[in-house]
Design a protein around this ligand. Structure first.
Ligand SMILES: Nc1ncnc2c(CN3C[C@H](CCSCCOCCO)[C@@H](O)C3)c[nH]c12
Length: 229
């Protein structure tokens, strides 16, 4: 029987998820809180990791190794790169990379370290479910590459580097670390994001303005996906 992990990075990203549940059991572990709920017989653990790749890695590993989750879904917001992505729009990652991982001094490509790979692919099966749900509910969602790094991107220069180097469609700060963890532990995973800003000079203002509404867009779609699993 599946035990599902649903992750976000910020509290604002999981609040719209927790609203769907009653009877929440809270467990404190490793300076974080894990919320256990049930949906139609499906055991679910929900948590926000806190911002960045390290916190996201800790939470993903905890959900899998300590709570026994065998499937992991991420719901949150992202900075848009692909001009097709407007604020509020949804993107599902087919693959993810780390745009700030750099040992190019030794002739390696950006995003690569020995023993790793530049891109980690998400679960095709989970993506298929997500796109089926999107079609059934007339939800528009882009499938694309998401780049992750430990920085809030708010400059055209950095955005253009990420786009040209990785052909990325969106960027954020946690997805690729979740991908590495799930890939290493053979746990199928899905990364869903809604655009909160376009990672340019207005990113900070737009993020503050649209975090809540975009997080809800992602969460509402995510709940429909969960009900289909
Ligand atoms: N342009 C952008 N660059 C990188 N990532 C993103 C994302 C995705 N999430 C949002 C959040 C931003 C971290 S700063 C939040 C401000 O904290 C406010 C509390 O002081 C982090 O968890 C990554 C949306 N737009 C982005």
């Amino acid at each position: 029987m599946t035990k599902l992990a649903i992750m976000g990075a910020m509290e604002e990203e999981i609040e719209p998820l927790l609203e769907y549940f009653e009877n929440v059991k809270v467990t404190e572990f490793a300076d974080n809180k894990y919320y256990e709920v049930n949906l139609n017989g499906l055991d679910i653990v929900i948590a926000y990791s806190k911002i960045g790749k390290v916190f996201a890695s800790l939470t993903a590993t905890t959900m899998i190794e300590k709570f026994g989750c065998d499937t992991l879904l991420f719901s949150g917001v992202a900075g848009g790169i692909n001009p097709k992505l407007k604020i509020g729009d949804l993107i599902i990652a087919d693959k993810l990379c780390q745009h700030d991982l750099d040992i190019t001094a030794f002739g390696h490509p950006n995003g690569f370290v020995p023993g790793g790979k530049v891109f980690v692919e998400t679960s095709k099966e989970l993506r298929d479910v997500a796109f089926e749900v999107a079609e059934e509910n007339n939800i528009s969602v882009l499938e694309g590459t998401i780049a992750t790094g430990d920085q809030f991107v708010h400059s055209v220069e950095r955005k253009e580097f990420i786009e040209s180097t990785f052909n990325a469609d969106a960027l954020e700060m946690e997805g690729a670390s979740v991908a590495v963890i799930c890939d290493a532990l053979n746990v199928p995973f899905l990364i869903l994001r809604a655009i909160s800003d376009t990672a340019d000079m207005d990113a900070g203002f737009d993020f503050d303005e649209f975090l809540k509404s975009s997080a809800k867009n992602s969460a509402d779609y995510m709940i429909k996906i969960v009900k289909k699993l």
